[in-house]
Design a protein around this ligand. Structure first.
Ligand SMILES: Nc1ncnc2c1ncn2[C@@H]1O[C@H](COP(=O)(O)OP(=O)(O)OP(=O)(O)O)[C@@H](O)[C@H]1O
Length: 614
């Protein structure tokens, strides 16, 4: 199942949260009752229901076959006790039963194992596909480490439940249904004693189960926090070294590790109680059966063979009950994991395609930003009535100070955000009517904070299409003034850049990310402050190459540096989210407005450029 179909499964058949539930903060999410949370797996299990039904049938029949074993033994013992010597039939019966049971159990286990593996794969793919479609709000609400823990550790708990514990639960249900029927046939009185003990054990373990489930959720949440702490710390390792914060990071991690250990310990304690309860119940039952049954044999109320058969049935029941601690524990853990997993799967992506979204629209590169207003959920008004008309093939620079709304505008152009007012048209079509895939293929966005994958230059630059020729990769690298850097690397294009480009300078990372944007040859290229780490000479060289390379295609550059704006066909000057001025470099310089003011200040203090809109 690919990620798309897994995603479709989830949304077609999974329960949707109500709008009130979606608004709830993470920690206040309700704990779904045990079965409700596992029931949510139904759509994922559905494709394997036949295989699973075979597994269930085989496992249950293995226990039914096993139930004949004590009867054969009873017959054998009673024959011997009454002085008979021909036990061939009993012997053949015992061997036959053992062989049949082995075949059924092997078949059932194998089928069940396959279901658990496929289920886990679908859950992982589904969760990954779902996370891929989430937007900024979602990732602001869930720490990355916690998401990773849900997509790996929680799914593993579900897999382990279906792999092993589920078989034990089938054994419990099968044996507890079959064995009593045979037991009543041997001795109704002894059966009553055994069931009295079981009812008490069941009631006590149910009470314990509730606490274990809550603890399991806490343990999994603590694991998520620990994973996130490690991820956060390793991502910021340079900052940590620069500020000599290693010790405080270690003690922070150690605090998290301790909370995780304490939560685990609490859960282990409860699990210990459950195991002890099961063992004690087994002991009491055996004592009762041997004591009461023994005196019945002495009084000739029961044959020795029947008592032996009864004891064997008891042994079967106690055997599964003894393992039930593990099975119940795995069930509770899987149920807690389901609650956590569906908490993220129930979140609809913030921005999705319209039902009739256009998939194959041709993008030529004319952009109309029409009275665009955008307000962040925290009430911050980032853009107000912004209008821009951009013709295909233009090199546009949007200049403004820190926080003037430049990045917000680019995010709106690529539909990472939805406008609060106004609209954006691409070649006359409202971008909300274009599919996200087509839109983002047509508009390439090179981000302000370059993100590099932990792989080679070549794979980073040609990330969207690993089959591109080296020639194209070199051409994009040359245009981004990265060629020299790559040639100096020990393996050229194959040189690894390190985790998040750790082995590169800020400027080199920026240029690698720029080359990745240029190689796509998109009709519209959006560059968000991609030259901030370049000196003005390199910047001028890169810009003239970009102009040559992108002849006829639209390029929109966002910057706070006037040195970048000089190269533009047209400049839009943003001031606190509004378009303050529009025109060419010379025109705006002579106008004596905000642009001229920025120019004067940046010429006087070349770096850092611009002031602060705040
Ligand atoms: N996720 C967010 N939630 C709330 N406010 C935000 C968010 N992102 C940005 N803002 C605010 O919106 C305003 C515009 O931000 P934006 O990132 O668009 O500025 P910018 O012009 O690109 O700045 P810079 O030059 O520093 O990149 C700023 O005041 C910022 O604090």
């Amino acid at each position: 199942m690919n990620d798309l179909s897994a995603f479709a499964w989830m949304h077609r058949l999974g329960r949707r949260l109500t709008s009130d539930e979606k608004k709830m903060p993470r920690n206040a999410m309700p704990t779904l009752p045990l079965w409700n949370s596992l029931e949510r797996l139904g759509p994922f299990l559905s494709p394997y229901r036949r295989r699973w039904a075979w597994a269930l049938a085989a496992l249950a029949s293995a226990h039914l076959i096993e139930a004949n074993f004590p009867l054969l033994l009873k017959d054998w013992i009673n024959r011997l006790a009454s002085g008979g010597s021909d036990v061939t039939v009993s012997l053949i019966g015992v061997i036959g039963v053992a062989a049949l049971r082995y075949a059924a159990i092997s078949f059932g286990r194998r089928r069940n194992a396959l279901v658990s593996v496929d289920l886990a794969r679908d859950l992982r793919t589904g969760a990954f596909g779902h996370l891929q479609r989430q937007g900024a709000e979602f990732f602001a609400a869930f720490p990355l480490g916690d998401l990773m823990a849900r997509a790996t550790n929680d799914i593993e708990s579900i897999r382990l439940f279906f792999r092993g514990a589920f078989q034990q639960l089938v054994a419990i249900v099968a044996v507890m249904t079959i064995a009593p029927i045979f037991m009543v046939a041997q001795s109704p009185l002894l059966t009553c004693f055994v069931f009295a003990v079981m009812v008490v054990t069941g009631a006590l373990s149910w009470a314990l189960a509730k606490s274990i489930r809550k603890k399991a959720q806490i343990v999994q949440a603590e694991f998520g926090a620990l994973t996130d702490e490690a991820r956060r710390s390793f991502s910021g390792i340079r900052t940590i070294h620069a500020h000599a914060l290693e010790e405080s990071e270690i003690s922070r991690f150690s605090r998290n590790a301790t909370s995780y250990a304490v939560a685990n310990d609490d859960m282990a304690r409860l699990r210990g109680f459950l195991d002890t309860l099961m063992s004690a119940s087994a002991g009491v039952t055996t004592l009762l059966v041997v004591g009461v049954g023994g005196s019945q044999v002495q009084n000739a109320e029961l044959t020795l063979g029947a008592l032996t058969a009864f004891l064997l049935y008891c042994g079967m029941m106690l055997g599964v009950l003894k393992n039930s601690g593990n099975a119940i524990f795995a069930l509770l853990k899987a149920s807690a994991a389901c609650t956590r997993l569906f908490e993220i799967l129930d979140r609809q992506p913030e921005i999705i395609d319209a039902e009739d979204a256009m998939q194959n629209v041709e993008i030529r590169g004319s952009v109309l930003v029409d009275n665009l207003t955008f307000c962040y959920p925290n009430g911050r008004l980032a853009l107000v009535d912004v209008t821009m008309r951009i013709q295909p093939g233009e090199l546009i620079v949007i200049v403004g100070r820190v926080g003037d709304g430049k990045t917000t505008l680019l995010r709106l152009l690529t539909r990472q955000l939805e406008p609060s007012g106004g609209a954006i048209f691409l070649d006359g079509i409202d971008i909300r009517r274009v599919s996200l895939k087509r839109l983002r293929n047509g508009l390439t966005f090179v981000r302000q904070d370059p993100f590099l994958f932990s792989t080679s230059f070549a794979e980073n630059i040609s990330y969207d299409d690993p089959d591109r020729s080296e020639e194209l990769i070199w051409a994009a690298s040359r245009a981004a003034a990265l060629e020299e850097t790559i040639r100096r690397g020990p393996k050229g294009l194959a040189t690894p850049v390190g985790e998040k480009g750790l082995s590169l300078s800020g400027g080199q990372k920026q240029r690698t990310s720029l080359a990745r944007g240029l190689i796509r040859e998109a009709p519209v290229l959006l560059l968000d402050d991609c030259f901030s780490a370049l000196d003005t000479q390199t910047e001028a060289r890169v810009l003239s190459r970009i102009r040559m390379l992108r002849k006829g295609a639209t390029t929109i550059i966002v910057t706070h540096r006037v040195s970048t704006a000089r190269h533009a066909d047209r400049i839009f000057v943003l001031d606190r989210g509004r378009v303050a001025e529009t025109g060419g470099h010379d025109e705006l310089r002579c106008k004596g407005g905000l642009y001229a003011d920025l120019l004067r200040r940046q010429e006087a203090y070349p770096s850092p450029a611009g002031g602060d809109a705040e």
